[in-house]
Design a binder for this molecule. Structure first.
Ligand SMILES: [Zn+2]
Ligand SMILES: [Zn+2]
Length: 189
C-alpha cells in the first residue's frame, strides 16, 4: 500500500500561539492580575460537557503553560475550587475571591506543574486554539472557522499533535520529577 496524504492536519504540525510576552491576564473585576512569561505549550478548545457547565457556555479555551511561567501580579491570590473530572483525579479551578470568575485550573493534585489558563482572561487576540477536543459533545451550532486546526472526538495523544518545542518543554518538566498528570494525553477534559 502506498502512503497517501490525509485530509486532516496532525502530527506535530499545528502551530502554537506566539503572543507578545509577557502576556497579561485578569479576572472580570481586575482583582486577580497575572501574566504569562512564556508562550503556551498548546491551546485546547474543549467542547466537553464539563467545560460547558463550568463556563456556562459552549466550550472552554485553555492555554496550557508551565506554572513556573504563570506569574501572579496582584496581592490577592485566586482561590482553588475542587471539581470532579472524568478520570476521577479531579480538577482544581482557581477563581477570583471577589468576582468568582475562573482564571486557570490544574488537573490532579496540587503538584501538577501545568496550568490550564482560561484564554478569555488573556489580553489581546493572539492565543488561539491548536486543537478542538471532545467534539463529540460540541453544541450543534458550533462550526470551526479555523481551517487546518485538528479536531478530535475525545482526548488525544500529545505526541501526535504538540510541536517538538512543546514536547521538549514537557520532557524537561518530567526530568525534573514534577507531576504533569493529565495535562499531557492520558485523559481528562
Ligand atoms: Zn475578579
Ligand atoms: Zn473540557
Amino acid at each position: 500500500m502506498t502512503t497517501t496524504t490525509t485530509t486532516t492536519t496532525t502530527t506535530n504540525s499545528a502551530p502554537t500561539s506566539t503572543p507578545t510576552l509577557p502576556l497579561p491576564g485578569a479576572c472580570a473585576c481586575g482583582t486577580i492580575r497575572f501574566h504569562l512569561t512564556r508562550a503556551p505549550l498548546f491551546t485546547h478548545c474543549c467542547h466537553c460537557t464539563r467545560c460547558q457547565r463550568e463556563t456556562g457556555t459552549a466550550f472552554a479555551l485553555n492555554a496550557l503553560v508551565e506554572r513556573a511561567h504563570l506569574a501572579l501580579l496582584s496581592p490577592t491570590r485566586p482561590v482553588g475550587v475542587p471539581v470532579p473530572s472524568d478520570s476521577g483525579a479531579g480538577q482544581t479551578i482557581f477563581r477570583c475571591p471577589a468576582c468568582y470568575g475562573p482564571v486557570w485550573s490544574v488537573y490532579g493534585d496540587g503538584a501538577n506543574k501545568i496550568a490550564y489558563v482560561r484564554a478569555g482572561t488573556l489580553e489581546g487576540r493572539e492565543v488561539r486554539p491548536d486543537i478542538h477536543i471532545y467534539t463529540r459533545s460540541k453544541r450543534g451550532w458550533v462550526g470551526f472557522g479555523d481551517e487546518g486546526v485538528p479536531a478530535v472526538e475525545g482526548y488525544y495523544d500529545n505526541r501526535e499533535y504538540w510541536p517538538e518545542a512543546s514536547l521538549e518543554r514537557l520532557r524537561i518538566l518530567r526530568e525534573e520529577g514534577k507531576a504533569v498528570g493529565e495535562a499531557v494525553g492520558e485523559s481528562g477534559a
